[in-house]
Design a protein around this ligand. Sequence first.
Ligand SMILES: [Zn+2]
Length: 384
Amino acid sequence: MQLLRRGDHSPAVGEIRSTLKRFGLLGQYPISVADHFDEDVERAVRGFQQQRGLIADGIVGPATYRAVREAGWTLGDRMLALMISAPMSGDDVVTLQERLLELGFDPGRPGGVFDDRTEAALRKFQREYGLVPDGLCGPATLRSLRQLGRKVTGGRPHLLREQELLRESGPRLRGKRIVVDPGHGGPDRGVVVGAVAESDLMWDLGRRLVGRMAATGMDAMLSRQENTCPAEVERAEFANNANADLVLSLHTDASHSMHAQGLATYHFGNGSGSTSTVGEALAGFIQRELLIRTALFDCRSQARTWELLRLTRMPTVRIEVGYLTHLGDRQRLLDPTFRDVVAEGIVVGVKRLYLLGQDDQPTGTFTFSDVLARELERGEAQAI
Ligand SMILES: [Zn+2]
């Protein structure tokens, strides 16, 4: 699609204006400016992007446009059902998923996509409440969903569920299934600076990471081959089908400014309260371990709604290991020893997640050998 920005006029701008108005981000406006992308719209778009965990640049590109369209739906506006080829998505699906979770059914992460898991949870709900178990969310189902009291009160059930799973899975790394996702691949080389390509560097880092994870007894797998580039949707499907415990996606960043540099980690969060708390915790552990080990600049942990983050059913963290466009970051990334340090820091970050923060080793001092030694300790070995 064409990018929409300040100065543009079109019916698409009109659609964006009315959604922003409905969210209280844009006030009343005269009909004469109804399809103008003016300063007020730009400000409102930034506000909307901030709320939704998108990059707040005030420009409507594909991700923001999709989010605006999805935000336009409230539960009851349309019939919801599983569409295999083009899954339905929107805020109405988020509401449905959150309602099912409140009632004790598990549609997975309330990411706003009506997938097979949402359908299964809906059918189960329909069966238990004497409705026709057709997996369609129509008027009768809606009525029941609205009438029923909450089984769970307070808190956010879907967040509690992720935490519950984490606690149940115990402190050991052995047997945990991790999908390591090196960004890009094959013809898509990602950021390229001179002879250096993001896809090659992340492939190498991914292999180092998988090697170390395997040494601790983890069941680590790569989401792609060296010469393939699955779409983000396919990578998410791969992790979902593998029933992974965690997904770690590896990228490097780029900027037009040669001064932009540093490390950032991203987890799922839509800015309106649905955040993967386990993802957030993991992103934080990895961010801190890597900062102290690598002395990269701190670009912080942040919530985003990127496809891989929202379509995966398990905590997923995307790590942007420095800017390939920054001389210092690039030189570090080109050093294999540095990539080893990054791989070990990530393993330690994952271990800290499973220890639920109940360890006293200061950040940066927990080594990979410590992790290996701990895995062999009798106490933890029996704590499966
Ligand atoms: Zn990338």
